[in-house]
Design a protein around this ligand. Structure first.
Ligand SMILES: Cc1cc2nc3c(=O)[nH]c(=O)nc-3n(C[C@H](O)[C@H](O)[C@H](O)COP(=O)(O)OP(=O)(O)OC[C@H]3O[C@@H](n4cnc5c(N)ncnc54)[C@H](O)[C@@H]3O)c2cc1C
Length: 413
């Protein structure tokens, strides 16, 4: 039986970032995933390092808009009626997290994590030698008319309060930031401190390569059992193999609660499914990521094409995808960018791992000090991956965590 200092379950962007940091610290690391490196949610996301995105989704504003959104089955938020009963406990917690007091606490925690994300991403890009995979040209939020922008002022004021810088743009300046916009998109907010990766799958694989080059090992395997002992943790795979490590880190994305349940830790993790279409390179001369807040999707220039998508579907882990949602956002993009060539695209669905208070779980399993948790980053897993890796490495190596970890502790629910 092989023995490692750390075994990380899940090779999404969270798992590979942790593997890289622990390997750099000289530890022996095994990364295990049932599918491969970044073959799930970290594969096809929108590629944004959205450090400015500090306001928690659980908010009074979301609660106000949700009923209207739910009336449009292909709109920004949908939920099959058959899945609604299963969502009720999560939604009640979401509603609680949206109250002014809890919302303010989540905002403080998100601001702290984002500040760390910014500095740790910079450090990780340098240490892994992958800085060339990131473009730093900001994001352009688009609004149909001055009134729509004005309605968004509370959000921008809140961001300003937290140090986010942005520029209100229209007319020539807007056209310079993105030529060829549809006539109704007359106003924008240009956020400079917002980066995008060349392609999220390529980025995660490059980071995994850096970890493997540093000595980490990778195995394909589906973890079915976790048995913590006094000095190590034994894992069993569904093909009968066994693994052992001094410490196990659960980074299983939207499936993590199935692993924590094996240890008696019941964590209210749900998935917010998201959809997109990736068009071939050259589908449009896109200058930077465009954000369409009214419709809940983004249009991203990647090295591998133009990716159009987003939205939220509350439908759990097991229902088949409804790619009409990808199609609906692609059709909407024709109004934003009338010259876009929408043929030849590839559709995709991914499972955002989401906790009701919009914060991830980063911390030790309450009854099992040799098991660490790192999952539940919702819409922001790529953005917060380097910060999470830093914090998990702090815990794993017995260092003082870079920020106060209490808001992210697993037992907060
Ligand atoms: C449409 C869409 C757009 C998005 N855009 C952005 C964006 O622009 N910026 C951003 O920051 N975030 C974005 N996100 C969110 C981001 O993609 C996720 O938060 C992030 O990918 C989660 O990473 P992860 O490593 O936790 O999970 P995953 O990437 O899902 O990885 C978890 C891994 O664990 C493995 N696993 C699970 N259980 C087991 C087991 N029992 N045994 C072995 N392996 C197991 C799975 O196979 C999987 O590979 C987006 C998400 C979607 C859906």
């Amino acid at each position: 039986m092989a023995t490692y200092d750390h075994c990380i379950i899940g090779a999404g962007i969270i798992g590979v970032s942790i593997a890289f940091r622990l390997t750099q610290a000289g530890r022996s690391v095994l990364l295990v995933d049932r599918k491969g490196i970044a073959e799930e949610t970290s594969r096809g996301n929108a590629g944004a390092l959205a450090f400015a995105d500090v306001e928690p989704l659980a908010s009074g504003g979301t609660l106000m808009k949700a009923p209207k959104w739910l009336f449009d089955p292909l709109g920004p938020l949908s939920m099959p009626i058959g899945y609604a009963p299963q969502m009720v406990p999560w939604m009640l917690r979401f509603a609680y997290a949206s109250l002014p007091g809890p919302h303010a606490a989540s905002t403080r925690a998100q601001v702290a994590l984002m500040a760390l994300a910014r500095s740790e991403t910079e450090a990780l890009l340098g240490d892994a030698g992958i800085g060339h995979m990131v473009r730093r040209d900001g994001a352009l939020y688009l609004y149909e008319g001055a009134a729509a922008l004005k309605a968004a002022h509370p959000l921008w004021k809140e961001r300003q309060r937290h140090g986010v810088s942005f520029e209100a743009v229209h007319g020539e300046r807007l056209a310079e930031l993105q030529p060829g916009l549809g006539a109704s998109y007359t106003h924008g907010m240009y956020v400079t401190d917002w980066w995008t990766v060349s392609d999220p799958h390529d980025y995660a694989r490059a980071l995994a390569d850096a970890a493997l080059a540093g000595g980490a090992r990778f195995e394909i395997g589906n973890v079915a059992g976790i048995a913590p002992g006094p000095r190590s943790v034994a894992l069993t795979l569904d093909d009968g193999r066994s693994l052992e490590a001094g410490q196990v880190i659960v980074a299983g994305g939207a499936w993590s609660h199935r692993l924590t349940a094996l240890l008696g830790d019941r964590i209210p993790l749900e998935t917010e499914r998201g959809y997109n279409t990736t068009l071939p390179p050259g589908a449009f001369d896109l200058r930077r990521q465009l954000v369409l807040p009214a419709d809940g999707y983004v249009i991203t220039p990647l090295a591998t094409g133009i990716r159009v998508g987003g939205a939220v579907e509350l439908a759990g882990l097991d229902r088949p995808p409804n790619y009409r949602r990808s199609e609906a956002m692609l059709r909407k993009s024709e109004k934003v960018l009338p010259g876009i060539k929408t043929g030849g695209g590839t559709q995709w669905m991914g499972f955002r791992p989401s906790l009701p208070d919009t914060l991830p779980v980063i911390g030790r399993s309450p009854g099992n000090p040799n098991v660490l948790y790192a999952f539940g980053h919702g819409h922001l897993g790529l953005t917060q991956s380097a910060a999470t890796a830093r914090l998990v490495a702090d815990l794993a190596l017995g260092r003082e965590p870079a920020i106060d970890l209490r808001p992210y502790r697993p037992e907060r629910f």
